[in-house]
Every structure is written in structure tokens, then in C-alpha cells.
Design a protein around this ligand. Sequence first.
Ligand code: SF4
Ligand code: SF4
Length: 116
Amino acid sequence: MTDKKNEDKNIEAKKKYYTELHDWKEQSMAGMIFEPGNSVYYETGSWRSMKPIWDADKCINCLRCFYLCPDSSILVDEDGKIAGIDYRYCKGCGICARECPEKINAIKMIVEGSDE
Ligand code: SF4
Ligand code: SF4
């Protein structure tokens, strides 16, 4: 198996491990974290019930949503402009929609799945 395939397999195994619920006996002592940055493997968007929809035409790139999103799910491109929402991690908390300037209203919240 190639290094790339091994790496992909390892990432998938970690995603599975960090997303599954574990018995208290399997938890680390005092909740210590032995792998810093492991939250990247936990795709919190999987249990979102509300979903933000971003309207690029309305957005004025003030970046308020970017700074205030607790999950770093607002994507910014290399020019420093909003590029979209990373739904793998967005929990649907609605902070971005709430904090988008009232007159702009470039993000609306919908029920998860209602746009499909
Ligand atoms: S709904 Fe919450 S988690 Fe999702 S992009 Fe907006 S602020 Fe971030
Ligand atoms: S808060 Fe609203 S206007 Fe500002 S960057 Fe985000 S989506 Fe665009």
C-alpha cells in the first residue's frame, strides 16, 4: 500500500474514532488531550439541525462572521474575502447570521435538509 493510501486510511480511522461516542472507561484521565489539533477529525457538522446559507451577492466582506464563528467554518480566500461555509464543521449555531449587519443580511438560517 502506498504512503498516501496509508495516510488516508489513518485519517478515516481517526475521524471514526473521534466522532464515535466512547464509554467513560475509554476516556483519558481528566480528559487530557494527547493529540493536539484532533478536533479536525471530529466533523461537528454531522449533527447540525440548522444550516447557514451565504449569499455572495449581498455580502460586503466585513468579515464579522469570520471572526465570530466559533468553529472557524467561514472560509476566506487568498484575497481575504469570504469564500463560503465549511459544512463539515459548521454546527449551525446561527451566530454568523445574527451578526451579519442587519441591512446586509447575507446569511440566512434554514432547517438542515430543507434545501435538498
Ligand atoms: S452557523 Fe455557527 S458554526 Fe456555522 S458558520 Fe455560522 S457561526 Fe459558524
Ligand atoms: S457578516 Fe455578512 S456581510 Fe459580513 S462578511 Fe459575513 S456574510 Fe459578508
